[in-house]
Design a protein. Structure first.
Length: 68
């Protein structure tokens, strides 16, 4: 495969990764609001969910693929 055959350049891939991270973060924020107001979970529980999510984002670091 030639370099010109690639569908997404590294710069575009980075942009897609940033959009993906923003979207996932937005969905997680919505999820934690629902936990707080609909399920009445404590701030401490929500904080532990947030910490786990932050660690997961560091570990994944990119759009999930079969490799990641």
């Amino acid at each position: 495969m030639r370099a010109s055959d690639k569908l997404i350049s590294n710069g575009q891939n980075q942009t897609i990764n940033n959009i993906y991270k923003d979207e996932v973060k937005s969905l997680f924020d919505q999820f934690t609001k629902e936990l707080k107001y609909l399920r009445n979970l404590s701030e401490r529980t929500i904080k532990s969910y947030q910490e786990a999510f932050d660690r997961w984002q560091i570990h994944v670091g990119e759009i999930p693929t079969e490799r990641t």
